[in-house]
Design a protein around this ligand. Sequence first.
Ligand code: GDP
Ligand code: MG
Length: 304
Amino acid sequence: MSLQPAPETGAVHRAGRVALVGRPNVGKSTLLNRLVGSRISITSGRPQTTRQRVTGIVTRADAQIVFVDTPGFQREHQSALNRAMNRGVAAGLQDVDAVVWLVEALKYDRRDEVVADLLAGNAPVILAINKTDAVRDRKLLLPFIARLSGLRKFEAIIPVSAEKGWQLTELLDAIVPLLPEGPPSYDEDDITTVSERFLAAELLREKLFRLLGDELPYASTVEIDLYKQEGDMRRIHASIVVDKEGQKPIVIGKGGKQLKAIATQARRDMERLFGGKVFLEVWVKVKRGWAESESALKRMGFDI
Ligand code: GDP
Ligand code: MG
């Protein structure tokens, strides 16, 4: 049970689900992590880092909000993986009480319009204008906001910086009144509804996005072969799955250096997130056409 203090007499408690949507690279996962205060959703400078829905739970005295981070919607490259990702976006938008649509300050383009088309449902929409820290001439923000305000009905339009944590309380304050009244469903210490096993795979996959060249992150994935709690330690065996034999030496690197860097960084992040020691072993496997293989995608937790 939650140990949070009871709200003031007469104050209502609200609880609900809120989708974070927006074109690739706009900062959805960064925002989720900031709101929750832990790195549960992986991020990188590359688009399409997020492949599956990740939830983050924010608990405050007046409300509990489950945020759903969605992968970027993908129109090109119709692989089974991309189709599954698109279904994930659509499913993430179902059964939510509100939607936070992120756009990047001063940068609204075709990819944002695609997202706008997905927002036809009934849930109220808040527009969050992210990366305002990167705007040099703040005067340009007002006309940009004015232009976007004509796109559809918004409950609120809030400039934020996910990276700097700026205006996030204001964002939460705008969300809470949109949620139905209800008790919290999760413990106040809970930060996500996804499993540690999934988070471990994601943290390892993030290092592929951050440490490997342009093509490889998209041609690879991660499977967890063993996940075992041994006293205070977690023993994790993971495979980095690549598409072609020729990709294997790139992941491993000269004398195993690259693989070692990937595994070490992933292990440190896991230890930080889980708050305990992790023994991580990582192999590299070749599985031709894994992104087209429904059984492989199923094993990664996609709803196929
Ligand atoms: P997603 O694809 O929408 O989930 O985007 P990510 O959260 O992975 O972020 C994409 C890139 O934008 C990363 O390099 C982030 O560091 C960067 N980013 C996210 N939020 C901000 C922000 O508020 N300001 C700046 N300057 N960069 C940001
Ligand atoms: Mg993301």
